[in-house]
Ligand binder design. Sequence first.
Ligand code: HEC
Length: 321
Amino acid sequence: MKNAKLKIGLIAVTSLGMMWGSASSFAAPEKRCTAGGQKVVCPTVTEEEAKKASAAFLKEGDDMEQGKGGSTYGIAPFDYLTGVGKRSNSDTKTFKTDSGYGGETKGGLKTELWDRVKAPSSDGVTDKSVYDQWTNNWSPKFGATLVAGADPNHGKTYYYSYCIACHGWLMHGDGPSASELNPRPRTLTRGDYMNKKTNLELFAVIKGGGEQVSLSSSMPNWGNVLQDQDIWNVIAFIRAMQDVPPPTSVEAYLNPKSTFKPIKGDVDALNASKSAEFKDIQETIESEMTGRAPGTELVGGGYVSGGNRLDASAVPLKVKN
Ligand code: HEC
């Protein structure tokens, strides 16, 4: 039962409980997806792989609760649930808390998270810095971007919060819930497919959801959760991960090498607001969003301050060629 609890907990966190009631059940026709204008078979993992990933996820959760080693991707120490390095020593057999975090660490088992934040509550450490550690310590850091005005380092944090339940920790389409979805979530690292998709197309499906681009509503719309700059940042993260294989070492995990090359004439975070096509798509998506009062101005395309985001023009990263 512990497993079931864990899984539900993660799903609530990662997808805000959105769309769970409406997971679509229609069968996927052969060539439903388009890449570069061609109809192609949608890139997903097989049903078997999705089931295996689900089982691995449950085992990982169980192992984590019991303080055992072992990891989904064969990297030890690595924690599938948090991406945080997991350290153990064999003096103590079990954690003292349900979650596995914040348990007794005296000679016992602990995670990297709590290794790095010493005594979080007594140390005046804020939730935000814990969150930053959570998402930044044991994950790739990018010194350049493949989308002008968009920061993959910020996109990564949103991806980890909202997308992994379905698309998987490493974007391979094998999140813990992938096996329960039909059609299955996209493998987002298949360069033969994704590198032909324009930023405009990715922006539309992420902001407006699957239905916006004639795909399944199992892909939720994120326009009411993520602001435009967040979406751009997530796109930059996706672009930075093309054809990145399951890592065989922590080093490989931290330094993904992408095959994506910016597409000539495509919109990016810096120039999108000047594109008529982008404006059109924004208008369509936003007219269907719950947050927009009838008759009000189009708010998309612009920058709204607050949260973990930078104005596109202030993103410090250079575009990699
Ligand atoms: C509830 C599960 C779920 C969550 C959460 C989810 N997705 Fe998806 N996503 C899907 C499914 C299912 C599809 C495939 C839809 C289809 O084939 O009709 C998909 C497809 C996609 C596609 C591919 C569209 C195309 O043109 O092929 C992108 C890009 C994408 N998702 C990005 C994201 C991002 C970014 C997030 C997080 C902000 C996210 N998804 C969260 C289920 C999900």
